[in-house]
Design a protein around this ligand. Structure first.
Ligand code: URA
Length: 430
């Protein structure tokens, strides 16, 4: 059917919204039309918001999710690679203290694959990789597609933001979702994430789907649904994919806060990283290399994290993007000392994320500036034995005292032993 005839048969926007409201599935041509008209300014913001709300409530079939993703992807450009070197990427759905991308991109590059990592900023209580990197003076994350391509060809990896060339329909739709309570929809999240990741033209993708109070997927069931949607949609695009669901009932690693998290990543390259962060970074790199057809022994992946190979790629990436690591701000910690003994039973992880935002380390409204030097540390993991006088955590803020009290309230210590929590809660394959 010619495009003209297709367009003739498509119902007006109001009719599409009504049908979605009534739980009906829209066709590929209808979704493409809606997105194209939205891009051209012929669909009102109010109409697109109503469509997002209808989708949020009614959901979408797997076929619709694929078609929406395709339409969003096709609203922008994709990177064309000039050789057969594998292009891979990892995406995290966002958590508290999640600095793993800073390690994983260079670790992957150290095995000769290309990683054009398009990342995002902090959203609500969850931190953003770009905000962490921008705590490095001079770091530029606004690269054109050509600049991304040439930097990746030179050094193997970059971490940058989505430009206007990448899925512009997502940018426009996301800004409406953000203010209309329509972020929490699995098809909308899937199409939003994948329209940007697929623009990298990758061979394989791995997803870290976070689950727990420190992220938006609160239950294992919800996390599994999102993981399944991401992985099955990738399959429709012939991109190999795997999702690993990881625990977000406690922060990843120790530090929460932009410059502090970059410092923790640097410590990890030097072999002094927290065990959970090392485990997560090496597991994701190992699994993604396997998806891309590179069977690297797990021990070799672990070795490259701390033997200088990954660090060299990290430093070259920062330098290429204008960052001056030697000027990374210092963090001035005030410790929180345990006054009782017992076992760490739980961590109010979402509250830690909100506390960082209130301390100035995240945005209370879009466009707000971030103080990269404020930070929170949680030095213990759930199940750890606590003795009086132990350092439980720390606050980095010019007026630390009230925040130390808040941090103390967020860590529940029990007199009976508590089991440690496994980091990996499940996997979803294609
Ligand atoms: N990240 C995105 O890029 N989009 C979403 O919808 C949610 C998280």
């Amino acid at each position: 059917m010619s495009e003209d005839r297709l367009t003739d048969t498509i119902k007006p926007t109001v009719e599409l919204i009504r049908r979605k409201r009534d739980g009906q599935a829209l066709s590929e041509a209808e979704l493409q039309h809606l997105l194209r008209e939205f891009e051209m300014g012929n669909v009102l913001d109010s109409q697109m918001s109503a469509f997002a709300m209808a989708t949020c409530i009614r959901g979408m079939t797997a076929e619709e999710t694929y078609c929406l993703t395709k339409a969003m992807l096709e609203s922008g450009k994709t990177i064309e690679w000039d050789s057969s070197t594998s292009v891979v990427d990892k995406h995290s759905t966002g958590g508290v203290g999640d600095k793993a991308s800073l390690l994983i991109a260079p670790l992957l590059a150290s095995f000769g694959v290309r990683v054009p990592m398009i990342s995002g900023r902090g959203l609500g209580i969850t931190g953003g990789t770009l905000d962490k990197l921008e705590s490095i003076p001079g770091f530029n994350c606004s690269l054109s597609l050509e600049a991304i391509q040439s930097a990746v060809q030179a050094n193997g990896c970059i971490i940058a933001g989505a430009t206007d060339e990448i899925a512009p329909a997502d940018r426009k739709l996301y800004s409406l979702r953000d203010v209309t309570g329509t972020v929490a929809s699995i098809p909308l999240i899937t199409s939003s994430i994948l329209s940007k990741k697929l623009a990298e033209n990758p061979q394989a993708l791995i997803f870290d789907v976070k689950c727990g109070t420190g992220t938006s997927m609160l239950t294992l069931e919800a996390a599994r649904d999102l993981a399944t949607s991401l992985v099955t949609t990738c399959k429709r695009f012939n991109v190999k994919a795997k999702a690993i669901i990881t625990d977000m009932e406690q922060p990843l690693g120790t530090a929460i806060g932009n410059a502090a998290e970059v410092r923790e990543a640097l410590l990890t390259f030097h072999g002094s990283g927290p065990a959970d962060l090392v485990h997560l970074a090496t597991t994701f790199a190992f699994e993604l290399l396997k998806l891309a057809g590179k069977e690297i022994p797990f021990n070799d992946v672990t070795a490259n994290l701390t033997n200088g190979h990954a660090q060299n790629h990290f430093e070259a990436m920062i330098e290429k993007q204008g960052g001056r690591l030697c000027q990374l701000p210092a963090i001035h910690w005030t410790p929180l000392i345990a006054t009782q003994e017992g076992y760490l039973e739980s961590v109010a992880t979402g509250d830690l994320g909100s506390l960082l935002v209130r301390m100035g380390g995240g945005r209370q409204h879009p466009g707000a500036t971030i103080d990269p030097t404020v930070a929170i540390a949680v030095a213990k993991k759930i199940g750890d034995k606590i003795n009086k006088g132990d350092v439980l955590g720390a606050i980095a803020h010019p007026s630390a005292k009230p925040y130390l009290n808040e941090l103390n309230e967020m860590l529940t210590i029990s007199s009976t032993p508590t089991d440690p929590r496994p980091l990996i809660m499940g996997t979803v394959d294609q």
